[in-house]
Structures are given as structure tokens and as C-alpha cells.
Design a protein around this ligand. Structure first.
Ligand code: AKG
Ligand code: FE2
Length: 290
């Protein structure tokens, strides 16, 4: 029996309602994690020039972390493109719609889960950040970006073991029950969604230990922030956000969603590709299939 089944749905529901979050061990299948970890490693390896089919380093290895730093320092646009592509992997999307996670969310009140935002992979490391918020998110409520159903849910999970030295996620238990807190007046451009900390202090935050294979599920109103990664290793995690399509307040607000997704109005690389590049690709394919 996995740890996930040792706690009954009623106990989890009560804990979720009281604290605003639950950690559920043994929820994520090892092969789903391995597939996503492999995709992340492959994307950065291809970006760094490792050929398709050649071995590539594991995301926990020193070699992989060196590769990330080299790309970040010497080819930032390539680093950024690869990091963003990780958000578009099929394995990440498959994991975010994993039936075990969906079933658990439904048992915690998200009757009709609907994707709020594209799933995200975070790479938190001071050596891979142009400003602090890219390696350590200040205190916030996820509602500030989701703005959907009151009973939506955030799923956060580590893609490698996140130790205390790597800075675990920190939450203020019970803070969800106070609802939406004001945003910080005049918050800088770096993180415009910074929350007003009035009435909260550092001692209100607790670190949440989420082992590999577990997931943390929390309310969009739970106050949370990143711990500090004091290691050389990138702290790699995933974040999935959901609304409940059955929430009457969400229906009344026309199922509001503040995220923008737009088709381009012009070519990003004018003149690319020329006809010979396209022809070359298909002619090689034809020759190989003869
Ligand atoms: O991983 C972190 O430290 C912060 C992530 C976060 O704020 C989130 O997933 O909502
Ligand atoms: Fe967050």
C-alpha cells in the first residue's frame, strides 16, 4: 500500500480546508517523473550541442548543472528558449493531467478541474537568475495570477529531491482562510504581484518537505514563497494550476482567465526558411525511404 492510501480522503479534505494545503506522498508514478526528467535533460543537451542519440547527463548530475550554467552565462537566449520549451513537453502535460492527481483534486473539492495556466517547470538557482525573483519567489498568493475559481488548486512537485539546503517551499498554514490579501503598493516591475506583508512575519512561514514522488496541493489563497537555494544544484520543480469549472462565482465571472495566448502578427525570423532548406529536408527523407 502506498503512503497516499494510508490517509483517507476525509482526513485529507479536513487538513486541506484547515491548513490550505496537503502533501501526498507516493502520488506520482516513477516512470512519469523519469520521462519528464529525461525530456528536460535532452532539451538542454540538444541546446548545448549534444547530438540526438548520444548520451546526455541526468538532471541531478554535476555535468547537467554545469551545462545549465554555461548556457545561462554564455548563451542566455538559448538557455531561456530551452527552459521555456520544458513547459511545452508532452511528458509535462501528461503529468499535469495524470489521473491520480485529477482524482485527488476532485476529492478535495475541484469537482470539474479545468487547466488555468500552462504547466511550468521552475529552475531555481541564484546562478541561473537575472534577478532574485527568478530563483526565489517572494511571498504571494497564486490567486494573483490565476484569478479564476475560488476553489481552484495549485499542484507543486519536485522533479529531484529538494533538500533543506535547496530551499523548500514555505507556506503560512491557514492563511488561505483570510482570502485575498492586498498587493504591495508600488511593487517594483520585477515582481508586480508582490503581496503586502502587513500582519505577517517570517515566523508565520513553515517549510514544507515534499519528497520525490509526492505532490503538494494548495489553495490559490495560501500565502507561500520560495526558500533559498544554497547549493550549486538547480532546484527543479513543476507547477500546475487548475480552476473548478463548477464554481458558481467562476461561472458568474464568465470563467475568467487572465492569461494571454496570441497568434503572432508577423514572422519572427524574416526570410527563414529559404526554399532549399525545406526542399533539402524532404529530399533527404525521400532518399532515406527508397
Ligand atoms: O518553487 C517555488 O519556490 C515557488 C513556486 C511557487 O510559488 C508556485 O509553484 O506557486
Ligand atoms: Fe506560487
Amino acid at each position: 500500500m502506498t503512503a497516499a492510501c494510508e490517509t483517507t480522503p476525509d482526513v485529507l479534505r479536513r487538513r486541506y480546508a484547515r491548513d490550505g494545503y496537503v502533501v501526498v506522498p507516493g502520488l506520482i508514478a516513477a516512470d512519469a517523473l523519469a520521462e519528464l526528467r529525461g525530456d528536460i535533460a535532452r532539451i538542454f543537451s540538444l541546446t548545448a550541442g549534444i547530438k540526438t542519440g548520444d548520451p546526455y547527463p541526468d538532471i541531478e548530475s554535476a555535468g547537467f548543472n554545469q551545462m545549465l550554467r554555461d548556457l545561462f552565462e554564455n548563451r542566455f537566449e538559448a538557455y531561456h528558449g530551452a527552459a521555456r520549451l520544458c513547459n511545452h513537453t508532452v511528458s509535462l502535460h501528461r503529468l499535469s493531467t495524470d489521473p491520480a492527481i485529477q482524482k485527488l483534486m476532485r476529492s478535495l473539492g475541484v469537482a470539474v478541474p479545468a487547466i488555468c495556466a500552462r504547466p511550468v517547470v521552475w529552475f531555481h538557482s541564484p546562478g541561473l537568475a537575472r534577478s532574485e525573483r527568478y530563483h526565489r519567489l517572494p511571498a504571494h498568493q497564486e490567486w494573483s495570477n490565476m484569478q479564476g475559481s475560488i476553489d481552484g488548486m495549485v499542484v507543486w512537485l519536485p522533479l529531484l529531491p529538494v533538500t533543506a539546503e535547496m530551499g523548500r517551499l514555505q507556506v503560512v498554514p491557514g492563511s488561505h482562510r483570510d482570502g485575498l490579501r492586498p498587493l504591495l503598493d508600488g511593487a517594483g516591475e520585477d515582481y508586480p504581484l508582490s503581496m503586502d506583508m502587513d500582519g505577517l512575519s517570517d515566523t508565520d512561514f513553515v517549510e514544507v518537505d515534499v519528497p520525490l514522488g509526492a505532490a503538494l496541493l494548495f489553495s490559490p489563497f495560501l500565502v507561500h514563497r520560495s526558500g533559498t537555494n544554497r547549493t550549486e544544484q538547480a532546484r527543479i520543480t513543476a507547477n500546475f494550476r487548475f480552476n473548478n469549472a463548477a464554481d458558481p462565482s467562476f461561472i458568474a465571472r464568465n470563467m475568467a482567465n487572465p492569461f494571454l495566448y496570441e497568434a503572432p502578427a508577423s514572422l519572427m525570423t524574416p526570410g527563414f526558411p529559404d526554399a532549399s532548406q525545406v526542399r533539402g529536408y524532404f529530399e533527404t527523407m525521400l532518399q532515406e525511404s527508397e
